[in-house]
Design a binder for this molecule. Structure first.
Ligand code: CS2
Length: 494
């Protein structure tokens, strides 16, 4: 192997031809997009599409300035800066082929907690046309039971009192929009890239609630001038591991401190509603449609819910990864049964999409043995995910008299997981969830109060008041607490 190449602009020519890299002149790229939340998913998805577009055609106004708001984002900012904002995308195919590409669409990074004013100024600059977000399902600060903005949050209260030094994304967006308006600049588009139904509508509602409290006149301007397109986003992107870094060093001779691994499949379906222009992402595979609803429902309730089904059942069973689960015939059958019997009947028809073929492709994607998507990642922040991914399927089936048993076992498994925090072999499960303590407290009362877990209203809404649901849940949870082997319960339901 030749000498190790440090990932930097000036070293790109040292890489072998197999490694794709920006063919455009990065020094001419301006940041038309400011993106909050530069995690793996942003880098395998929006930044990937934008890089592909710049390789394909003249689009140098659409570079991306990454933003992190918190101290925890310092590390990615420092690494990107040291690498001239370049990073490697390692695309792993199921049969073993690996494609390696250096992505160049990120051209800057700013850390809000160091200098909030610099982030606000960047969003308010004339070059910025889009502010996009991957702030996770839990980042939208709404109460899932009421759907309303949570003004009780301490950071939100801080932002209302200190509009120039905000901490939350809502404080930043409002400050930047205010500045744009004061300067007579056009509005920007605010584009959510998170897995939430009607992610644009939800972002709009939350931004308007916050801005309305701070400056009602500004809120009216936002209402009329700022577009919030809804979108369905999809690409499985596991957490980067030390092995990914080691792979690049040993197989490619490249030193990248934070590459991203992902599957080959990618999809982005967007409503074409932008305030101030947009990149021609359709040239590189994104789809622009008038109404994204059926696509997002299909994805959230089959793919994301499918992940949660495997994640929670698989964790207490002792599986470690999604591909490990689907290689186990019991889990693969259970997943398919959940999709066919409970999720599919409550979906809307999706034009041009054969749902059976879509489900086949999901099982194939989940089975990609090279992705090794950890169940720990899937179960992260379940309290923000299940109300979006799974609870709506249960509610819709209760309304139409459909089956709910497969999903109900998942809720019972989640209770057990939150209570015990160990798998079948006694190995500790690392539970990361903003509601971890509440979940644990509610779950551990289960043996005395069977419905205790369901009392978490922000997660389960009104489910506890549905007699049909609680009767089935009671039966399932009692059996699970008597015999901890989840595979027995799964078999029984099949
Ligand atoms: C996963 C998603 O977070 C989760 O639970 O289901 O991250 C999923 O991998 C992506 O949405 C795929 O597009």
């Amino acid at each position: 192997m030749t000498e190790l190449v440090q990932l930097k602009q000036e070293n790109l020519h040292l890489l072998t031809d197999e490694i794709a890299r920006p063919s455009y002149d990065r020094s001419k790229v301006k940041a038309g997009i400011v993106h909050i939340g530069v995690g793996g998913f942003h880098r395998s998805h929006e930044a990937y599409y934008t890089d592909a577009l710049m390789n394909e055609s003249e689009a140098s106004d659409w570079g991306i300035c990454g933003v992190g708001l918190r101290e925890a984002d310092r590390k990615i900012g420092d690494i990107l800066k040291a690498q001239d904002y370049l990073y490697t995308l390692i695309v792993k195919h199921p049969q073993g082929k690996v494609e390696t590409c250096v992505i160049g669409s990120l051209i800057d990074f700013k850390l809000g907690c160091d200098d909030p004013g610099a982030v606000i100024d960047k969003m308010a600059s004339a070059d910025t046309k889009i502010v996009s977000l991957t702030i996770t399902e839990g980042g939208y600060n709404f109460n899932p039971a009421t759907g309303e903005f949570d003004f009780g949050d301490a950071d939100v209260r801080h932002d209302l009192e200190h509009p120039e030094t905000p901490k939350t994304v809502f404080g930043y967006l409002t400050a930047a929009l205010k500045k744009r308006r004061a300067q007579g600049l056009p509005a920007v588009t605010i584009q959510s890239c998170d897995n939430i139904q009607h992610n644009g509508n939800l972002t709009r509602k939350m931004v308007l609630a916050f801005a309305g409290r701070q400056d009602p006149e500004l809120a009216r301007w936002i209402e009329s001038d700022v577009c919030f397109p809804n979108a369905m986003v999809d690409r499985i992107t596991p957490v980067t591991t030390p092995e990914d870094i080691a792979y690049l060093r040993s197989e490619v001779g490249l030193n990248d401190q934070w590459p991203v691994t992902c599957e080959p499949f990618t999809q982005w379906v967007i409503e074409d509603s932008f305030s101030n222009g947009r990149p021609a992402w359709e040239k590189v595979g994104a789809q622009f449609v008038p109404d994204v609803t059926p696509y997002e429902k299909m994805k959230l309730r089959l793919l994301n819910a499918g992940h949660s089904v495997l994640g929670l059942l698989g964790s207490i069973h002792g599986h470690k990864t999604i591909d490990g689960c689907v290689a186990d015939p019991l889990f693969a059958t259970y997943l398919r049964r959940f999709m066919d019997v409970e999720a599919t009947p409550v979906l809307d028809p999706v034009e041009g999409i054969d749902l059976d073929a879509y489900k086949d492709s999901l099982i194939e994607r989940f089975g990609n043995p090279n992705i090794k998507d950890s169940l720990a990642r899937i179960c992260l922040e379940s309290s923000a995910k299940l109300p979006v991914f799974l609870v709506p399927t249960i509610t819709a089936n209760l309304e139409r008299g459909g089956s709910i048993k497969y999903a109900t076992l998942v809720i019972a498994a989640w209770c057990f997981y939150s209570d015990k925090g160990v798998d079948r072999h006694g190995a500790r499960l690392d539970i990361i969830d903003a509601m971890k303590d509440e979940l644990h407290q509610a779950a551990k009362r289960t043996p005395d109060d069977t419905l205790s877990f369901l009392k978490l209203e922000p997660v389960f809404g009104n489910l506890i008041h549905n007699k049909q649901f609680t009767a089935l849940y009671t039966e399932i949870i009692q059996a699970l607490y008597e015999n901890h082997d989840i595979s027995l319960r799964m078999r029984k339901l099949l």
